[in-house]
Design a protein around this ligand. Structure first.
Ligand code: DX5
Ligand code: ZN
Length: 215
């Protein structure tokens, strides 16, 4: 069974509790929180108070994807909400090593998110300090975009780099993931799959999540 992380960004914010409960009852492994600040990305989503409301209802591990500048100011507060997986962007961190240590010290698993146009080789020095790598397969900022095809090779390249470094990070892929590419992404080395529109915009979201999970 694949680990599907439905992204709340594609939920109906007027019915957040209902949609989080749908994820609870589904075959999803995690629940993905897209945090956007309007500076690192050209969109503002939601922040700590809304994440706290989600945390009250969520029964699956929460995965916060911080698309924000200065994530080091906020990681402890997300961890305090019970968020178990926190990723920060390599492009946004002034001192990535220390931010990763900070996430681990706060009791969460530390992820490095990387944008489509960022060279995977830049991850090399940090692989042993991370628990996972979040490969962006769209430009961050919005749900419902088309998968960037080169992302498949990027996942494979990151998997090779992890093996070469003797690190044991897993790979999460985020953006434009659906039935049309999930098996190929899995074969390339991804083991966590974010699904925004493919989950929430389906006629039957629970059935769509089950199909993505392969159950
Ligand atoms: C994009 C976000 C993604 C997005 C995924 O900035 O990080 O998590 O919500 O949505 P879909 O699956 O619709 O591309
Ligand atoms: Zn995301």
């Amino acid at each position: 069974m694949r680990n599907i992380a439905p992204s709340i960004l594609s939920a109906d914010f007027g019915h957040l509790e209902r949609d989080v409960r749908m994820v609870n009852e589904s075959a999803a492994g995690w629940i993905h929180l897209d945090i956007m600040d309007g500076t690192f990305v050209p969109n503002i989503s939601f922040g700590l108070p809304v994440s706290a409301a989600i945390a009250k209802v969520a029964e699956k591990p929460m995965d916060a994807h911080l698309m924000i500048v200065h994530p080091e100011k906020y990681v402890e507060r997300f961890a305090a909400l019970g968020v178990q997986f926190i990723s920060v962007h390599i492009e946004a961190c002034e001192d990535l090593s220390s931010t990763l240590s900070q996430i681990r010290a706060a009791g969460a698993k530390a992820g490095i998110a990387i944008n489509p146009e960022t060279d995977a080789a830049l991850l090399k020095p940090y692989l042993k300090q991370a628990d996972f790598i979040l490969v962006m397969s769209v430009h961050p900022g919005f749900s419902g975009q088309s998968f960037i095809e080169g992302s498949l090779e990027k996942v494979a390249r990151v998997r090779e780099m992890i093996a070469e470094a003797g690190a044991n990070c897993f790979i999460e892929v985020d953006g434009g993931v659906g039935m049309q590419n999930i098996a190929a992404l899995e074969a390339a080395g991804a083991s966590v799959f974010v699904a925004g529109n493919a989950a929430f915009k389906a006629a039957d979201p629970k059935a769509a999540i089950a199909a993505l999970a392969g159950v």
